[in-house]
Structure formats: C-alpha cells, structure tokens
Write a protein that binds this ligand. Structure first.
Ligand code: C5P
Length: 398
C-alpha cells in the first residue's frame, strides 16, 4: 500500500474528529492523505489540525483563485487513488446521488475518475429515512463503496445504526478498495525508464534522447491496474507517476543493482534506454582542454545487459518484457533480440521519427506467437493496453 494516496472529504458531523485519527492510521501504513474540508466539517475540526496531520494544505473553497492556480479542482479530484468521504453526511450523499456540484466537495465527487468510499455518519432516524435509503441505493448502484455505519449509542443520545465506522475499520475498507482495484491486484511489477548517464568526468556524461515517457506511462498503467509497481528511472524531467514507488538512478550499473534489489517481481518491463557502453574510466576531475590541441580519447567498455541478466536470474520474473528501439528492419531485429536476450516479449518500435520525446508511439509486440502490430496511439494508451495484455497473460498462466 506504500505510496498510495487518498483524497479525504470531511463532512460536517461530530464523527469528524475520528477522521483525524483515520489520517494518522493511514500515514502509519504509508498511505498519504490530502483533504477537502466542507464548510460544515470546519465547524467540527479545524483546517489546522487536518493540515498538521496530512502534512498538506487543506482545500475548502471552490472559488479560491490561489488554489485553482496551484491545483485545479478537477485535478484535485483525480490526484489520489481513492476518494474517501468520512464522515459522509446525508447532505453529501444526496448531493452525489443527485449529481449536484455547488461546493468543492460535491464538485470533486462529480469530477473524479477514481473509486469512492463513503463512511456515513448521521442520526439513526436520518439514516433510516426514505430519502437516505434511496440515495444509498443509487450510490451503490453507481459503484460507490460503503463502510458502516455501525450500531450503537449516538452523540445525540439515540441508539441504532448511524455511528461512523471506527478509524481502523475504515482503514481496512480503504486497503481493500485499493487492492481490489484492478486486474493486476496482487502482482508485483518492476519497470525501468529513461536513459542512463555514464560519466566521463565530474561535468560530462554520455547519454541518449530517451524521455522516459513510455516507461512512466507503463508504470502508471500497471499501478492503476492494481499492480504493486516499482519504477527505476534514469535522469528524466517527468513528474513521478501516481501510485508507483519511484527510485532514481544514474548509471547502467546502478540501474542493474536497483533492479536486483527490487526482486522478486512477477513482471519486468525494461523500457529504459540503457547505455550500451560507458567510458572505461570516469576522471575524478574535469578533463582540461590541452594547449597543444590534443583531443582526449575516450575508451568505451560494455555495460552490463540488465535485461539479459534478469532473464537468467535465479529470481527471474514470470514475464520478462524488453524494448527494441530500432531504426530499420524493426520486426526482424526484435525477433532476434527476443531470443538473444531471453525475454518473453519484446516491444519493438521504430524510432527513426520523433518517437523519442514525443507523446505517440507505434509498436509491435513480439511474443512466442509472432508479431502483433498495434496502431499508432498515445504512450498513455500503449501503457494501458500493455497492462491489459500483461493481466491476460499472467491470469492465463496462473
Ligand atoms: O540491445 P538493445 O539495447 O537494443 O536492447 C534493448 C532492450 O534491452 C531494452 O529493453 C533495454 O532496456 C535493454 N537493455 C538492458 N541493458 C543494456 C542495454 C539494453 O537491459 N545494457
């Protein structure tokens, strides 16, 4: 669960104090919270306590220009793996069931593309009223998850269902919701991305044009499909993907060590453009331009082949996927590469155009069954389609 995050919407009810405890329990498990506090919620807990516990600023005003400039309300609604409403009041349930969007909380609920979990808390008569019963049925039908409410004595003195579930019960529901999210739940994925940099001296290096975009998109898609995903990335200027454990490295040798340390894994996607060679010696100080115009010679030595060595590793992942960036005879070269490297699949792409650094990709998936040619699509779509193919393959093999 480490690295996952929730967007917590705190509604107005006496149970709101339990949401502070919930944030703490989640933090202990490495699950981050970002919170929206409704106007009514702010009558029960202060933005300061929530912000101190989440370590983030608290969002509460739909029309704050400063907030919109930092993170728009649509982006906020999608910034986490799960939206949790605790306490979920009758009002918030009614708004979501009816599709109302007149404050930040209801707008986020309408705009989100993530699963929603509600922990209702209200007076027993309210909970049992025909309208709340109706709204609950609508929400359940829309796929909203519920935890509680529990039976017990209420703050108002009445007895019956309506008490918000206890923080640890909500934590368990969150863990379930995060884990059952996709077809790759329970699968461990290891992805590499970006170039490697091989130092010549303290200020110079050899590298390539890899942007890391394809590998990052694959890591994010695998995580979204429920895989516990580690991304080992060379130097790139991309934001860390959602829900992924990111480890940054520089050289091929560091990447190999990081990959080995991340094993065991069920699937490896080696999307990094690893430098094939490195200068045999990286000078300790900057190599000076000589006065007699003698040009320094850089002798190159071969880098370890990470893909080939993980394909032969004692802890070899069940599915080993490599990339083949080619400028000619794309499919033929990739078929040979699959065999040479001991990979199960090779994703071949023609990089003679502007694929490197671009947002689109056209790939051929080379497997034991031959070559599957995919139409040109965005790198995000390649990630999603590949995650679906991986799920199919692992399920078939299970
Ligand atoms: O041999 P070539 O570099 O074309 O192979 C590409 C595939 O091998 C990619 O999946 C790349 O990540 C991987 N590779 C590697 N270690 C290297 C070179 C490439 O893992 N030293």
């Amino acid at each position: 669960m480490r690295g996952k995050s929730i967007l917590l919407i705190v509604g107005g009810g006496i149970a709101a104090y339990k949401s502070l405890e919930l944030v703490r329990r989640l933090a202990e498990r490495g699950i981050n919270s970002r919170a929206i506090l409704t106007k009514a919620g702010a009558e029960f807990v202060t933005p300061l306590s929530l912000s101190a516990l989440t370590g983030e600023k608290i969002y509460h005003d739909l029309f704050s220009l400063t907030d919109e400039a930092e993170m728009g309300h649509i982006q906020l609604s999608r910034s986490a793996d799960l939206v949790v409403v605790a306490p979920a009041t009758a009002d918030l349930m009614a708004k979501m069931a009816g599709g109302l969007a007149n404050d930040l909380a209801s707008t986020a609920l309408l705009a989100t593309d993530k699963p929603v979990l509600m922990a209702p808390a209200m007076n027993v008569r309210m909970w049992q009223s025909p309208s709340v019963t109706r709204n609950r049925a609508i929400l359940e039908n829309d796929g909203v998850l519920f935890v509680g409410p529990n039976d017990g004595e209420m703050a108002c003195g009445e007895f019956g269902p309506g008490r918000m579930a206890e923080p640890l019960e909500i934590v368990a529901a969150i863990e379930r919701a995060l884990a059952i999210e996709g077809p790759l739940a329970g699968v461990k994925a290891l992805v590499t991305a970006g170039p490697t940099r091989e130092p010549v001296d303290p200020v110079r290096f050899l590298a390539n044009h890899s942007s890391g975009k394809q590998g990052y998109a694959i890591a994010e898609a695998l995580a979204r499909a429920g895989a516990q995903t580690t991304l080992i990335s060379g130097p790139v200027s991309l934001a860390p993907p959602q829900g992924v454990k990111l480890q940054r490295v520089t050289t091929a040798r560091e990447m190999l060590a990081a990959c080995e340390a991340a094993l065991p894994a069920d699937v490896l996607v080696m999307a990094a453009a690893v430098a094939d060679w490195r200068p045999d010696i990286a000078a300790n100080s900057k190599i000076k331009k000589s006065t007699d115009r003698v040009v320094p010679l850089i002798k190159l030595v071969e880098n370890p082949d990470i893909l080939a060595s993980l394909a032969q590793h004692a802890q070899r992942p069940r599915l080993v996927i490599g990339f083949a960036a080619e400028t000619d005879d794309v499919v033929e070269n990739a078929i040979a590469k699959r065999r040479r490297k001991g990979a199960d699949w090779i994703i071949a792409n023609d990089v003679s155009g502007d694929v490197m650094g671009g947002d689109k990709n056209r790939i051929h998936l080379i497997s034991e069954a031959g070559s599957e040619d995919w139409p040109e699509m965005t790198k995000t779509d390649v990630g999603a389609r590949l995650a679906a193919r991986i799920a199919e393959k692992l399920k078939g093999a299970a």
